[in-house]
Design a protein around this ligand. Structure first.
Ligand SMILES: Nc1ncnc2c1ncn2[C@@H]1O[C@H](COP(=O)(O)OP(=O)(O)OP(=O)(O)O)[C@@H](O)[C@H]1O
Length: 320
């Protein structure tokens, strides 16, 4: 549970303070500015946001790795910043950078980690499930990014945690590994573990998460159950199509006035997206226009709005 979390980072300012020559004044960066969230047992809670939105900082405060500037954090009822080893033993953490020792092979590392817990998970089962035995002759330093991710996940699960934090769990995974990792995460959730994850991949969030929090510039902007968020926008659809005539003006393709809350975007030359409450008349209008022009779209797709559409509406389509 996180209530009104704030985290400022002190940044050295290059400019010297004229009032006190020689002294370096400090500037602060507010990375998190009032985030609140709750993560329940037996659920996957996803924290989504653009690069630099404040997700990892929030997770680090929740894990007790960073001290919040203000606000309240409770992890299994305790303040994680002050908590001792008994709380840590109930929590599994998979960090974005891996955070693994480098000069050791994966299985000896996992056995060593397991030896620190009173009731560890079955290391052999985790190793074979995540295919770690296939690359155990290599030190962690030399593993590929995806292999290291799998070892990091196994290390986070080896203590059979009650709360599991996953920072970008599918980064660098090939499609097969991604399926295995997702199935494993679902099983862990069904066993009652509270899972909190961050991801940039909206597909992953849509497939894995029960609850989502979208953060932007350190603040919550949307929160809710994935199903509710998507159902609420059920009347909204996204139509994507491409036409072969390069350089064609958008209005030649869709001359109807953009009434009724439809938004229209040219993704790149000849490739368009219309979103909003699309009705059959709009499709027939488009088809009529194409028939007049003798144009057949090279692709055409009508989809319900996804978490990615929702996310892009909120955080914009340009890099900030
Ligand atoms: N130790 C630090 N010192 C100074 N600034 C920091 C520090 N850690 C993070 N920041 C800044 O705080 C902001 C939030 O960073 P954070 O890592 O929480 O974002 P994020 O949402 O996890 O991003 P990403 O998706 O890229 O991992 C960024 O502007 C980042 O540069």
């Amino acid at each position: 549970m996180i209530d009104d979390l704030r985290k400022d980072f002190s940044l050295p300012r290059r400019k010297r303070n004229r009032a006190t020559p020689g002294a370096e004044s400090q500037a602060t960066l507010r990375a998190v500015d009032g985030i609140s969230l709750r993560a329940a047992p037996g659920k996957v809670t996803a924290l989504l946001g653009a690069n630099g939105a404040g997700k990892s900082t929030t997770l680090s405060c929740a894990q007790g790795l960073l001290k919040p500037t203000a606000g309240r954090v409770r992890l299994l009822g305790e303040d994680p910043w002050r908590a001792g080893p008994s709380l840590r033993a109930r929590v599994g953490i998979m960090l974005q950078e891996g955070g693994l020792p480098q000069a050791i092979r994966p299985i000896p590392l996992l056995r060593h980690v397991a030896s620190m817990y009173r009731k560890p998970a079955d290391v052999d089962a985790l190793v074979s499930r995540l295919g770690i035995d296939g690359f155990d002759r290599t030190n962690i330093r030399r593993l590929s990014g995806g292999q290291r991710q799998r070892v990091a996940l196994a290390a986070a699960l080896v203590g059979d945690p009650e709360v599991l934090f996953l920072d970008e769990p599918s980064a660098g995974l090939d499609p097969q590994s991604r399926h295995v990792v997702f199935d494993l995460v679902r099983e862990v959730k069904e066993s009652g573990t509270c899972i909190v994850l961050t991801t940039h991949l909206m597909d992953d969030a849509q497939r894995l998460a029960d609850d989502v929090y979208i953060v932007d510039e350190g603040r919550n902007v949307v929160e809710g159950q994935v199903d509710d968020l998507l159902n609420n926008s059920q009347d909204r659809k996204t139509l994507r199509f491409a036409v072969s005539r390069r350089g064609m003006q958008l209005l030649d393709v869709f001359p109807a006035p953009l009434a009724e809350g439809l938004t229209l975007r040219e993704e790149h030359a000849g490739s368009y997206e219309i979103s909003g409450p699309i009705r059959p008349e709009h499709l027939s209008h488009l088809a009529g226009t194409w028939a007049e022009l003798g144009e057949l779209p090279t692709s055409l797709e009508l989809k319900p709005r996804s978490l990615e559409d929702l996310f892009l509406d909120i955080s914009g389509r340009t890099i900030r």
